[in-house]
Design a protein around this ligand. Structure first.
Ligand code: XIL
Length: 499
């Protein structure tokens, strides 16, 4: 048994060793980085490459095309996020007032979740694609119907949606910077915040986004949205993200990245939500510019393209997507993949630790120091089974769900065994083993989440010690123990939602 001061000694020498090695190989690393980035590190699909940068790469998909094997093959191979192109819109989900139909929306959801993808919900309220009955309502009747719609749909999908476009396209084009006239706008200027509040109440785990087009650079319209988001943040209206549709022509605004950054600086995530680019000699380059801009903005959490093959696009005849009609990769595809693989190292913050954790989702917990995943050793299903770190496989023994114990504490349940993380025998000592055990909701099974600048520390309720990789090991099979919380990198975990 090592003593506390032994442990510290090991830590210090491990750190010193690491510093020396880092200094010694720095030159070699610098020389090798370029090659490394393009060979050993290079992922071969958009989703895998984006994931290496802590982001997603998604596509809008249509329920009616899921029976096409070429289409679905591309979706499953390339993308780790999906958006329903039309299936969760108001006309699709509430065709007559109070009668909700989720068949096609659920198809998209299940296609995404079964493939380990995030699902973006699109869109709860919008002036377009409203059912006829809503189009003919006004005033209080419309407002009440709209808020009920938000509540019902967000409740149906509660816990399953990564981010909702709560409100779509509410700002006017041109130089006014004001709201677009619509039946919803005529119910009162506060309709947007009312929608966000209803969405938060219905699904506290989903990120809530405002989404629009022609906001892809610094201009009067995007500044109108910016001013609204700033106001929402200052008044505590629940908003987490802004979507930039990015339906682009043959050019891209020089302020594209700066615009994303100014929104991120307000304290919201930004996402590229509906990217497509008109065909022409600049197509591949514009796709790359958008990708690079997202990678350069730490809070840009992902990119979604609006369709799979050119023949699937809503922009008929403009061939604005990454795959041609036969499903072959276009130059634009290669350009995006290269930009992702070469991209910077900025990692967006994961699930905001101060905000609600999605208790229906499954997460990998990646250790900040080792880059390895929290893992039930050797797929044990027994009480007392060892918890280790292991190279990320994404298998069920590396997937964990947060089970709410109340008071800000959670158990961590293994998808493989159904057992929860447990400090063995209620120990309060440094270096005590963490094992899996039947879920008894004991205080030694409950963990508080502490924000560590985008990473999490997990503090045990019984012992007040932190979950850590023992001795800051970087090896497969290293022990997971509890130790005094010193905010070490080996005590910090990144959440990656995988289901
Ligand atoms: C489009 C779909 O792609 C089409 O299939 C449908 O006919 C019309 O809507 N902005 C949005 C998307 O937010 O919902 C729109 O999708 C494209 C513009």
């Amino acid at each position: 048994m090592t003593t506390r001061s032994d442990q510290r000694g090991v830590r210090r020498s491990a750190r010193r060793w690491k510093a020396l090695v880092t200094a010694a190989v720095a030159g070699a690393v610098l020389a090798a980085t370029v090659i490394f980035a393009q060979t050993a590190d290079a992922a071969s699909t958009l989703g895998a490459s984006a994931a290496e940068k802590g982001r997603y790469f998604g596509a809008a998909i249509a329920a009616g095309r899921l029976s096409d094997p070429v289409y679905t093959g591309i979706v499953n191979r390339e993308f780790n996020a999906v958006t329903p192109e039309n299936e969760m819109k108001w006309d699709a989900t509430e065709p007559s007032q109070g009668r909700f139909t989720y068949t096609n929306g659920d198809r998209i959801l299940n296609q995404g979740l079964s493939n380990g993808s995030r699902v973006r919900g699109h869109a709860l309220l919008w002036h377009a694609q409203q059912p006829g009955w809503a189009q003919s309502l006004s005033g209080t009747a419309l407002r009440n119907a709209a808020i009920n719609h938000v509540t019902q749909v967000a409740t149906h999908y509660r816990g399953k949606i990564y981010a909702w476009d709560v409100v779509n396209e509410a700002f006017a084009d041109g130089g006014s910077g004001g709201r677009r006239d619509s039946n919803l706008q005529r119910t009162g200027n506060d309709w947007i915040e009312a929608a966000f509040r209803a969405a938060r109440a219905a699904d506290p785990g989903a990120k809530l986004c405002y989404n629009d087009y022609n906001t892809d650079g610094i201009n009067a319209k995007s500044t109108g949205v910016y001013t609204m988001v700033r106001d929402f943040k200052s008044r505590g209206v629940p908003i987490d993200c802004v979507g930039f549709q990015s339906h682009l022509g043959t050019g891209i605004d020089a302020s594209y990245q700066a615009n994303l950054q100014r929104f991120a600086d307000l304290g919201v995530d930004v996402q590229i939500t509906e990217l497509d680019v008109q065909q022409g000699s600049s197509q591949a380059g514009i796709f790359a510019t958008v990708t690079q801009a997202c990678l350069a903005v730490a809070r840009c959490t992902g990119i979604t393209v609006w369709g799979i093959r050119d023949s699937d696009s809503w922009r008929t005849g403009q061939n604005p997507l990454l795959f041609d009609n036969s499903g072959a990769k276009k130059a634009a595809y290669t350009s995006v993949l290269n930009a992702l693989n070469a991209g910077g190292t900025t990692t967006p913050p994961t699930t905001p630790p101060s905000g609600p954790v999605n208790t229906n989702a499954w997460y990998l917990l990646m250790n900040r120091n080792s880059g390895k995943a929290l893992d039930v050793y050797n797929f044990s299903t027994t009480d007392g089974g060892r918890i280790t770190q292991w190279t990320r496989s994404g298998a069920n023994n590396q997937q964990w769900q947060f089970v709410d114990s109340g008071g800000g504490y959670y158990r961590l349940k293994s998808r493989h065994s159904g057992k929860v993380l447990d400090v063995y025998n209620f120990s309060t000592a440094d270096a005590a083993s963490v094992v899996q055990w039947t879920d008894l909701n004991g205080t030694n099974q409950q963990w508080r989440l502490v924000d560590s600048s985008g990473y999490l520390r997990l503090i045990n309720r019984n012992s007040s010690k932190a979950l850590e990789v023992q001795n800051a090991s970087t090896a497969d099979g290293a022990n997971i123990v509890q130790y005094t919380d010193w905010a070490g990198n080996n005590q910090q975990w990144q959440l990656i939602q995988v289901g």
